[in-house]
Design a protein around this ligand. Structure first.
Ligand SMILES: *[C@@H]1O[C@H](CO)[C@@H](O)[C@H](O)[C@H]1NC(C)=O
Ligand SMILES: *[C@@H]1O[C@H](CO)[C@@H](O)[C@H](O)[C@H]1NC(C)=O
Length: 346
């Protein structure tokens, strides 16, 4: 950013500390002139932020490129673009070797809007330990096959709003991780991508919970998954109070999916503890599925999913398949006016 690569309208209005992944420690934004009086003043940065490619990256800190930490009422707006130049990053190493483009930690009442992020090495945006963040009108774009490029990845945060955005990426459009309490995701177009997901939760025997989730008026367009809750056997904690409502499906893979055997493949332990799932509603799903098992509810054999409701769901086969059906186990709840029929639900 200080290298003079800022040339297109990109406005950051901010208060606080801005750190860059390739400089030592944190850099005070005020010293860049990005913030006026360091309180509530605003000013402009003009440009495309270019993430260094792998050979230019000098830091041993690889988890993120632009870091905002401990900021109050930060607003990041602008028509500018963050170009992650992911092509050089996707080929190397593991997830841990690739930086997230924008990382927000311990921010209260954060607002991010109009940002365009393309070809991020890892997540486009990560949010951790924040209260009241709102993300709106963002465009997050990376190829469907780019590795682990989550759109917005959230953990340990509350009262979150994500709305009016387009996310086309290589992993979850939105991932809600442990400690998310109260999130509204409204009018988001997802695809390509791996869906709008709760989890995965309970990795390595961890205790994790997510509650009060509303995903409404969203589209899954040629995604690998749609509305998805994923937990790993051996974990503890809970997922409760989740509503997916008014969802449009365009050739979506796994449109409705609960997977309590996530990431154990053929080696899933039987009798392991599970993150408990209850009070989950799927209401108003319409469109086409690109996979036969359009509805898949695979709940734990030690803790059944309970209060799962399905209503006004009509999923038809996309052109590539003949028919759609439901598969389910260990799930309790009911369905009304749902096609394909879900035999486990009353
Ligand atoms: C779905 O995605 C395709 C590109 O894959 C795009 O051309 C089309 O406009 C999208 N449909 C909707 C309704 O957004
Ligand atoms: C189920 O979840 C919804 C949405 O979070 C919530 O409003 C409702 O009170 C919950 N119901 C019960 C019985 O907990």
């Amino acid at each position: 950013m200080v290298k003079g690569e800022l040339t297109i309208g990109f406005i950051i209005i901010c208060v606080g500390v801005l750190g860059f992944g390739n400089v030592e420690g944190n850099v005070d934004v005020i010293s860049f002139g990005a913030c006026g009086d360091g309180k509530t003043d605003d000013s402009q940065l003009l440009g495309i932020l270019l993430i260094p490619n792998t050979s230019e990256w000098k830091s041993n800190q690889t988890h993120a490129w632009i870091i905002f930490e401990e900021v109050e009422a930060l607003t990041v707006v602008g028509s500018g673009k963050i170009d992650g130049r992911g092509e050089s990053w996707w080929k190397i190493g593991t997830d841990a070797d690739r930086p997230t483009s924008l990382y927000f930690k311990r921010c209260n009442n954060l607002q991010v809007s109009q940002i365009i992020s393309v070809n991020t090495p890892r997540n486009h945006i990560s949010i951790q330990d924040c209260t009241g963040p709102t993300i709106s009108n963002v465009n997050l774009v990376a190829p469907g096959e780019s590795p682990n490029t989550d759109g917005i990845d959230i953990a340990a945060s509350s009262q979150i709003t994500i709305k009016d955005s387009n996310i086309r990426t290589g992993d979850d459009c939105v991932a809600m991780n442990g400690g998310v309490v109260g999130i509204n995701i409204i009018n988001v177009n997802c695809g390509p991508g791996h869906g709008i997901s709760v989890g995965s939760l309970g990795r390595n025997g961890g205790t994790e919970s997510v509650e009060q989730v509303l995903v409404k008026h969203c589209t899954f367009n040629k995604t690998q998954n749609g509305a998805r809750i994923k937990t790993v056997p051996g974990g503890k904690g809970y997922v409760k109070g989740v509503i997916y409502e008014d969802i449009t499906l365009i050739d979506a893979g796994n449109p409705i999916m609960i997977d309590q055997y996530y990431s154990c493949g053929d080696h899933c332990p039987s009798g392991a503890s599970a993150v408990e799932i209850s009070n989950v509603s799927f209401v108003g799903f319409h469109g086409t599925s690109a996979v036969k098992n359009a509805i898949s509810l695979q709940c734990s054999d030690t803790k059944a999913c309970s209060d799962v409701r399905m209503e006004d769901v009509t999923i038809e086969p996309a052109g590539n398949i003949e028919e759609v059906c439901s598969v389910c186990s260990n799930v309790r709840g009911y369905s009304r006016t749902t096609t394909p029929r879900v035999p486990c639900l009353s």
